[in-house]
Design a protein around this ligand. Structure first.
Ligand SMILES: O=C(O)CCC(=O)C(=O)O
Length: 489
């Protein structure tokens, strides 16, 4: 009944119109409907009240009208008090119903995604044996997806990362998921397309937001398995050579400078004597970690579980160098190019939330109980995986930090916050938590006070966990191929 009223009225007043009323949204007694015109010089949307009568020949009355930037393609109720409007220029508005209509949100460029979804559905329903036309359709859909990803990428990179609306990150993940699905539709060239599919998943995980219960991770894990079975890449002997090379530069430590070691302190001891007070090396707390059993995190194991996964790495000997940069690579390439190739520039998978991206590796480690003490709402678990010789320059962080050594060893030197003035922090705001001094080869002419700064040090070996209170200066150099997991809060 109401539809008839609206349709009649609309055809009388406005030549071409998209309209919808709340009955479509399941309201038994629709009070309003909304209308917008397209191909019309006056671009506007209006809200009409239909409550006045059920009689076919009494027109609803106009409650409110607002102008819009272009013609209206579609209108659809979101809930009883708001509706979406799709405009011809590709934007979508969310409009609140009230005495006056009010646009409460606007998204631009949405039409690109509708088209992609439609194309995807048609590709999915195409026959199993792939004709040239179907392959062409996949290729053209991939181009559209690429354009959509670029579009979202731009929105991810305007302003500060933390201020980006999470909706863009989710969108990036969903498009990446589509992209992975498209690559999985190809029936030929399996390894290449599987490689592209897993990369799409990883890009969605790196740049996006978790979606659909970790679906991207699950798909990436399955593809990694398939690729690993297809190729079975194995190569570990060069890695041993490199470890031995590194051992030559073991520093001589002074007994009096050693960081104190405590065997599995009780929670009470940790809270009363250690937390916020002093750094300690904790032994015994990682003994039961799956990662520690039978040296599980071998190169072969990492290749098997994660070799085809794309991760961000740092290139250059330290982040304060001009030549330092970041790049994306697969774990297999990282192992081949940086862990097993002693002559290449230093590469470091550093301070990266790898365990979020690859939950299979997370099952091998445990967040230390000590990390949950005090106010703790956000624990971050990072991976540090690199060859012999990676250097993290002397710096401090605001967090409680548990650096857990799983593979290989690291030389670590610590300075108290109280001696900061002897450590010559960089003057730029961004690096003000980082010292200008090369700790193991200081330029004492430029930084004369550095040699008077007291410090403690340790060689952190597998199975040992270093607790650092917030703002403790630390310098770290790997003495062999090394993999540490770090929990901080
Ligand atoms: O292991 C490293 O190279 C650096 C570790 C570090 O800086 C940290 O855990 O904050």
């Amino acid at each position: 009944m109401t539809e008839t009223i609206c349709a009649k009225f609309v055809s009388k007043k406005i030549k071409k119109v998209r309209w919808q009323h709340p009955a479509a949204f399941g309201r038994p007694n629709p009070e309003y409907f909304v209308a917008g015109s397209w191909d019309d010089e006056q671009n506007e949307i209006s809200l009409w009240n239909t409550n006045i009568s059920n009689e076919q020949n009494i027109d609803p009355f106009l409650v409110s009208t607002i102008p819009v930037a272009s013609d209206v393609n579609d209108i659809s109720f979101y809930d009883t008090s708001s509706f979406f409007v799709a405009l011809g220029d590709g934007s979508v508005l969310l409009v609140r119903i009230g005495e006056k209509l009010e646009v409460i949100h606007q998204w631009n460029g949405i039409h690109k995604f509708n088209e992609i979804v439609e194309d995807y559905i048609s590709v999915r329903s195409s026959s199993y044996s792939q004709t040239q036309k179907e392959t062409d359709n996949l290729a053209s859909l991939l181009l559209k997806l690429e354009a959509a990803l670029n579009y979202v990428w731009e929105n991810l990179h305007t302003g500060k990362w933390k201020d980006v609306d999470p909706v863009w990150r989710q969108l990036y993940s969903y498009i990446s998921l589509f992209k992975a699905f498209i690559y999985l539709q190809y029936k030929e060239n399996t390894e290449v397309h599987l490689g592209s599919a897993i990369k799409a998943c990883d890009m969605g995980l790196i740049m996006g937001e978790p979606i659909l219960d970790g679906l991207l991770s699950q798909i990436a894990n399955n593809i990694n398995d398939m690729l690993w079975k297809l190729s079975k890449t194995k190569n570990t002997c060069q890695g041993k050579q490199k470890e031995e090379q590194g051992k030559k530069s073991y520093p001589q430590l002074k007994e009096s400078n050693l960081i104190k070691t405590v065997h599995l302190p009780s929670i009470q001891t940790f809270v009363l004597d250690i937390m916020n007070k002093k750094p300690v090396v904790i032994t015994g707390a990682m003994d039961f970690w799956p990662a520690m059993s039978d040296s599980r995190w071998s190169i072969d194991y990492l290749r098997k579980v994660s070799g085809y996964r794309t991760v961000p790495i740092e290139i250059g000997s330290k982040y304060t160098d001009d030549a330092w940069s970041q790049s994306l690579t697969t774990i297999n390439e990282f192992i081949d190019d940086y862990i097993l190739s002693p002559d290449k520039a230093a590469g470091y998978l550093a301070q990266y939330q790898l365990f979020q991206q690859i939950p299979q590796l997370k099952e091998d480690i445990v967040t230390p109980d000590y990390c949950f003490l005090g106010d703790c709402d956000d624990i971050q678990v990072n991976a540090w995986f690199g060859p012999c010789g990676t250097v993290s320059p002397l710096h401090y962080d605001p967090d409680h930090n548990f650096l857990c050594q799983v593979v290989g060893s690291k030389y670590i030197r610590l300075y108290d916050q109280e001696v900061s003035s002897l450590l010559y922090p960089h003057e730029q705001e961004l690096l003000s938590n980082t010292s200008q001094v090369d700790v193991e080869d200081p330029d004492l002419q430029a930084f004369p006070l550095f040699s008077s700064a007291p410090y403690v040090e340790i060689i952190l070996e597998p199975g040992k966990m270093l607790y650092l209170p917030p703002r403790m200066w630390h310098y770290v150099r790997s003495l062999s191929t090394s993999f540490s997991s770090e929990s901080r809060r």
